[in-house]
Design a protein around this ligand. Structure first.
Ligand SMILES: [Zn+2]
Ligand SMILES: [Zn+2]
Length: 248
């Protein structure tokens, strides 16, 4: 296979991987409190705190919007972390490393560019395209439902992992829910939960002890997360936003 073809194929592989990587990073490091807590503070508290899922999603272009972009060390960190994998693949499949690194950097740069333009309407050329408006709305819905639509640039991982919502799917879900409530299905679902609780292992069995240990660890982790978030919120000075949002 010509070297250029394997470099491009490698690049395409890293683009697909990029979708899953942004999904994973966004879901488990930006929306879950973990040490180091900087990613959570910068994203869940500051970015989501400033740019809500309503008109506040949009930032006037004159406003200093540095809270949209990731930290300057994010790109070097991503490249360095993936270099061993890139070189491991190169060793077994030659002519793949340059494509892998180039497309990873491209993915990151386009991610930043798109995320910026999603929040800052300024009649930029990219805003002419329908796919851009789809992605902008996809991300706006994430700002309304922070446990959905984790992908900013390529929603492939959202589609695969079942975290994708659209205006249409939310509307369908709302109608279904109303129908379920009307049909009394939620009550029946409640009874099913009680049945599954009966299937818990006996407290003195090994399975019971493991379950108790895991529940205790989860409770401690949850308490730590709540305390950390409270501490972070109390100690984070939110930058002021201008009152007038651009109309889009
Ligand atoms: Zn955003
Ligand atoms: Zn988010």
């Amino acid at each position: 296979m010509p070297a250029i073809v394997s470099q491009v194929l490698s690049g395409l592989f890293w683009i697909v991987y990029g979708s899953f990587f942004e999904w994973y990073w966004h879901r488990f490091w930006m929306h879950e409190v973990r040490k180091p807590t900087e990613a959570f503070r910068g994203h869940a508290i500051v970015h989501h705190g400033l740019y809500k899922g309503d008109d506040r999603y949009f930032v006037p272009k004159e406003e200093h919007a540095q809270h949209i972009l990731l930290k300057p060390y994010a790109l070097p960190a991503i490249v360095v972390v993936h270099l061993p994998i890139v070189f491991f693949i190169e060793k077994h499949i030659p002519h793949t490393a340059i494509g892998g690194i180039t497309f990873t950097i491209l993915y990151f740069v386009i991610y930043e560019y798109m995320h910026w333009n999603m929040h800052v309407p300024r009649d930029h050329f990219v805003e002419r395209f329908k796919w851009f408006h789809f992605l902008r709305q996809h991300h706006k819905l994430h700002h309304q439902h922070p446990q959905k639509n984790f992908c900013v640039l390529l929603p492939l991982a959202d589609a695969v992992c079942g975290t994708m919502v659209t205006d249409q799917s939310l509307e369908r879900r709302r109608i279904e829910r109303e129908a379920e409530i009307a049909a009394g299905k939620l009550q029946r679902a409640g009874k099913n939960i009680k049945k599954s609780e009966l299937a818990k292992p006996a407290p003195n069995s090994i399975a019971g002890k493991i379950a108790a240990f895991r529940a205790d660890r989860a409770a401690k982790r949850h308490a730590w997360q709540i305390a950390t978030v409270k501490h972070m919120v109390a100690n984070t000075t939110m930058p002021e936003r201008k009152l007038k949002q651009p109309q889009k």
